[in-house]
Write a protein that binds this ligand. Structure first.
Ligand code: PMP
Length: 397
């Protein structure tokens, strides 16, 4: 008897499938705008110098590989909480704390299992569209998953529809919000929009779960924390998932945290006891290396300064590629049609190209992007913006 006989194959991650197709393409002028990693002008995903320096120090100074605790590296947790909530946040003393997780994905899964276990019957509401893994993580944890409108078929932010939908979700449900650099669209809420969302959250007594995967990639490290800090200041309770994959370039080191803000110090500890219990069943204790790197950087003024400059350089590169692409589209009469690319933030852009246009770009011009029309702006090459603009013009006209 074969135990595995009836097991069917599930399709692979469509975004990762793009990597294979891109690799197999022999065209030297090919462009990879698919996979969600930052790339520099050489098309590489670099290790920041601050990370390299911190790693050198760690190799010298590390004395043990024994387990770190269930909440992870305490210095990492406290410095990351400061980075997210702001060094002067009154919550830092006893109302907020981080549990280290394997990346932002681990933080999301921990949050999902926490909701399923400790807040049973609460549904979670995701933006339509959202990062596809949000859908599967919360479904895997057994939560009821709903959607609120975010970007419509006209490729525009739908703030009114979003607010209207949120004001009808069951009281007490969880709402997942992207702090900045919305994945996949690149469309972010304005400060006023955030205040209006906050009012609905208060009125419906919703629990926000803010996914903060791109701090520093939008308008700056501090600016990108606007929504998180506004919600933390105005609400008694909040969940935040923070990822160090992009801004520290630590992708494969799986470094992130679930930050909990609670109404009292006692409640915070109650929640944290549950998180440690859930984490123990998921991964026992988190991987140490990435968190040790982040802690060494954030604890050292010189390394921190260097890292902040490096994040700023990544941010500016993406912003200038966005502006450069729209400029390159101008001779083709397309700069207005694609003006949203400069309004969007972070690595991703919902270009507004249709699945057929995306397919033609791939087949005829070796330009790889996700079928939804999502392009990773960091995958662009400043010297090849004209090439891309003419390819776009060919599939648009
Ligand atoms: N949330 C969003 C919106 C993301 O785009 C990502 C990374 N693609 C993550 C969370 C998690 O990233 P990681 O697990 O690599 O830290």
């Amino acid at each position: 008897m074969s135990h595995f006989h009836s097991i069917a194959r599930v399709p692979g991650d469509p975004i990762l499938g793009l990597i294979d197709a891109y690799r197999a393409d022999g065209n030297p002028a090919k462009l990879d705008l698919g996979v969600g990693v930052y790339k520099d002008a050489q098309g590489l995903t670099p290790i920041p110098c601050a990370v390299k320096l911190a790693e050198q120090r760690l190799v010298e100074g590390e004395t043990t590989k024994s387990y770190i605790g269930g909440h992870g590296d305490a210095l990492f947790a406290s410095l990351l909480t400061q980075l997210v909530l702001g060094a002067d946040s009154p919550l830092l003393t006893e109302r907020a704390a981080a549990t280290q997780t394997p990346g932002g994905t681990g933080a999301l899964r921990l949050a999902a299992d926490f909701i399923a276990r400790c807040l049973p019957s609460r549904g979670i509401w995701l933006s339509d569209p959202t990062w596809p893994i949000h859908e599967s993580i919360f479904a895997a944890a057994g939560l009821r998953v709903g959607h609120y409108p975010y970007v419509g078929t006209d490729n525009q932010l739908q703030v009114e529809a979003m607010l209207a939908a949120l004001s009808h979700v069951p009281k007490g449900d969880v709402v997942l919000l992207h702090a900045c650099c919305h994945n996949p669209t690149g469309f972010d809420l304005s400060a006023d929009d955030w205040r209006r969302v906050l009012e609905v959250v208060k009125a419906r007594e919703l629990l926000p779960l803010i996914d903060f995967a791109y701090q520093g990639f939008g308008d700056g490290l501090e600016q990108d924390a606007f929504a998180v800090r506004l919600f933390a200041a105005e609400l008694p309770e909040l969940l935040i998932t923070s990822s160090c994959s992009k801004n520290f370039g630590l992708y494969r080191e799986r470094t992130g945290a679930l930050i909990v803000c609670a109404e009292t110090a006692t409640k915070l500890q109650d929640v944290r006891s549950q998180l440690a219990f859930i984490a123990r069943n998921l991964w026992s204790t988190p991987p140490a290396h990435g968190a040790a790197v982040v802690a060494s950087i954030l604890a050292d003024n010189e390394l921190k300064r260097l890292w902040m400059d490096e994040v700023e350089a990544m941010r500016q590169r993406i912003a200038s590629l966005r502006a450069g692409l729209v400029e390159a589209l101008q001779p083709h009469g397309l700069s207005e049609r694609f003006a949203h690319i400069t309004q969007q933030r972070g690595m991703f852009s919902y270009t507004g190209l249709s699945p057929t246009q995306v397919q033609r770009l791939r087949e005829d011009f070796s330009v790889y992007m996700v079928g939804s029309g999502r392009a990773n702006m960091a995958g662009l090459d400043a010297n090849r913006l004209d090439q891309l603009a003419s390819a776009i013009a060919r599939v648009c006209h």
